[in-house]
Design a binder for this molecule. Structure first.
Ligand SMILES: Cc1ncc(COP(=O)(O)OP(=O)(O)O)c(N)n1
Ligand code: 3NM
Ligand code: MG
Length: 230
């Protein structure tokens, strides 16, 4: 692919200010991300979260946890998701996604090639790719067969150290040009999500605002009702 810089790709200066959601696209949906570490009661917390409102996908994102432990934790969570038709996505490892029979995998820039994931997981797997604040990375991911591209971190977050801070206009730019869904991630709460929805995010990926909600994860999901129009 031709190597454009992201500045080359900002062809229309109006993209910087055009925050009008394309009515042809499906409504923005919620994509839950697990906390980086979970306790024995997490299946109950996930159950409560899924009672709070419609959730399209759940990503098991455990950090500094041994793969066998992740596999043991996954079973009950995967069953809860299957019962509610919530896509169960594994973070980081296409091999673990294969082993668990997950619905898909989320790959960061250092987590492997989406083409290899497709070959391993098959045509129906949902493969997502982190694209930070880069139009170029997003187009590369699309060409490599990703099912969604993820931009972030839109807001400060304590869930993870982040080095990129895209402007919401990247979502408008993406949705004006491509049908492939885009995910917004990073520090998203029910209170700051509106500009991302207006800019065209197909999914809001959220962790801390749900698991850390003062009234629990059911209320944490429910808080998004207004901004997501449930
Ligand atoms: C939906 C979604 N978007 C981005 C990420 C971040 O992935 P990555 O860059 O690999 O960082 P880690 O999550 O592995 O710390 C994600 N997990 N999910
Ligand atoms: C996992 C992750 N990836 C990010 C990125 O920018 O790629 S930000 C992030 C953390 C998401 O959790 P919270 O909703 O608590 O901020
Ligand atoms: Mg990763």
């Amino acid at each position: 692919m031709t190597d454009f810089s992201d500045d080359d790709l900002k062809l229309d200066p109006n993209f910087a200010t055009r925050f009008e959601r394309d009515d042809e696209r499906p409504p923005c949906q919620l994509y839950l991300i697990s906390p980086p570490r979970i306790g024995a009661d997490f299946a109950e917390q996930l159950k409560q979260a899924l009672e709070g409102g419609p959730v399209a996908a759940f990503q098991l994102r455990l950090k500094d946890v041994d793969e066998e432990e992740i596999a043991r934790a996954a079973g009950p969570l995967q069953r809860l998701c299957a019962e509610r038709e919530v896509a169960f996505i594994v973070n980081d490892s296409m091999e673990l996604a294969k082993r668990l029979g997950a619905d898909g995998v989320h790959l960061g820039q250092g987590d492997g090639d989406p083409r290899a994931a497709r070959a391993l997981l098959g045509p129906s797997a949902q493969i997502g790719v982190t694209c930070h604040d880069s139009r170029h990375l997003a187009m590369e991911a699309g060409e490599a067969g990703a099912d969604y591209v993820a931009f972030g971190a839109f807001y400060p977050t304590t869930t993870k150290e982040t080095a990129h801070r895209p402007d919401p206009s990247i979502l408008s730019w993406w949705t004006a040009l491509f049908e492939l869904p885009c995910v917004a991630i990073g520090g998203i709460t029910a209170h700051n999500a509106a500009p991302l929805v207006a800019a065209g995010a197909d999914f809001l990926a959220v962790s801390g605002a749900v698991w850390g909600h003062e009234s629990g994860p059911c209320a944490g999901v429910g808080a998004f009702a207004g901004v997501l129009g449930w």
